[in-house]
Design a protein around this ligand. Structure first.
Ligand SMILES: [Fe+2]
Ligand SMILES: [Fe+2]
Length: 326
């Protein structure tokens, strides 16, 4: 059976909205602001950003391929760049010999091309919302993000931005990037696990996280997929908050001061942290639990994988993907 690329793209966005940490009202206001901003754009910019009228996630985009393309076998991985597209091409030659249907779509979690260009677009609104739940006022969150967002945008500006899209075009392999839609899923699933938990020590949180299917499965391949990187497993957990799972990428380490002082958070959970973040966390006696990055991103992609399989689309899991049906 085959579905169209458009159906897959729409389903990905639907999943993102279902798991979005924002309230329906917040999401509606965000979309209104985006539509208003589009009115001030040139015709060329409006064409480039036309998906913003219905898709709240600027880092989730079809980067190459027709909406009407029929898809019956997907290659899905956390990262798809030129080397993975060459891998798909090699796999397709092998699959032809084996009389198997060809891979007709690549789905990446991490954004490339147009989706990477939109990364900054998903940062502020979502991070303001999640931090607000923890108890950090929006102005503080937005204030700490301003410089960081500017730096990311400038780095992207000088990048070879459309390299992967150009490679996909040369090999004629349609490609979709599904970033924040999946990070919303991972954020919500981990947050819901914590809601039922009354942890005394950090080790109680670690134990609960290790039961989540993707982190449990990661234990087969990784030493300590749930790692305590500041504080220790015997530290007092205090209030636990999922900090770095969704909202594009890490915010500024400055936010940790406000999480500690304003929101009285004792333990943060993230899927990656820089040395600057760890140093800042230590200053405020914050415990940091870092989950395996690949496992956390795979957890986020799983509802889309499960849906594809329910539609009888074959899913070939690429390197890095940890496949554990929910
Ligand atoms: Fe992610
Ligand atoms: Fe990631």
């Amino acid at each position: 059976m085959a579905v169209t690329l458009e159906e897959i793209y729409k389903k990905a966005v639907e999943i993102g909205i279902k798991y979005d940490p924002r309230s329906k009202d917040d999401l509606r206001d965000y979309m209104k602001e985006k539509k208003d901003a589009m009115k001030k754009m040139t015709k060329l910019q409006q064409k480039l950003h036309q998906d913003r009228t219905w898709n709240p996630y600027d880092d989730t985009r079809i980067i190459y391929g027709s909406l009407k393309a029929k898809v019956s076998c997907v290659y899905l991985a956390i990262d798809v760049e030129t080397q993975e597209l060459a891998l798909i091409d090699a796999l397709n030659r092998k699959r032809k010999d084996q009389r198997k249907k060809p891979i007709d779509l690549a789905i990446a979690h991490h954004p490339e091309s147009y989706a990477l260009e939109g990364l900054v677009g998903v940062m502020e609104d979502i991070q303001v919302a999640t931090m607000k739940y923890a108890g950090v006022p929006p102005n503080l969150t937005a204030g700490t993000l301003r410089e960081r967002m500017g730096d990311i945008q400038k780095n992207i500006h000088s990048d070879n931005l459309h390299r992967t899209r150009n490679a996909a075009e040369l090999l004629d392999i349609p490609m979709l990037c599904a970033h924040t839609i999946a990070d919303n899923v991972a954020y919500t699933i981990v947050t819901n696990v914590l809601k039922k938990l009354k942890p005394r020590k950090v080790k109680d949180v670690v134990k609960a996280l290790e039961k989540i299917p993707h982190f449990a499965k990661a234990m087969e391949d990784y030493d300590r997929p749930v790692d305590v990187q500041t504080g220790s497993s015997s530290s007092w957990a205090g209030k636990v908050f999922v900090e770095g799972f969704t909202g594009g990428t890490d915010g500024s380490e400055e936010i940790l001061k406000y999480l500690s002082r304003n929101a009285h958070v004792g333990t943060v959970i993230a899927m990656h942290k820089t040395k600057a973040h760890r140093d800042e966390a230590k200053k405020h006696h914050l415990n940091s639990i870092i989950t395996n990055h690949m496992a956390a991103d795979s957890l986020g992609m799983q509802p889309l994988v499960d849906w594809l399989r329910s539609k009888k689309v074959e899913v070939v899991c690429g390197p890095g993907y940890i496949d554990a049906p929910l």
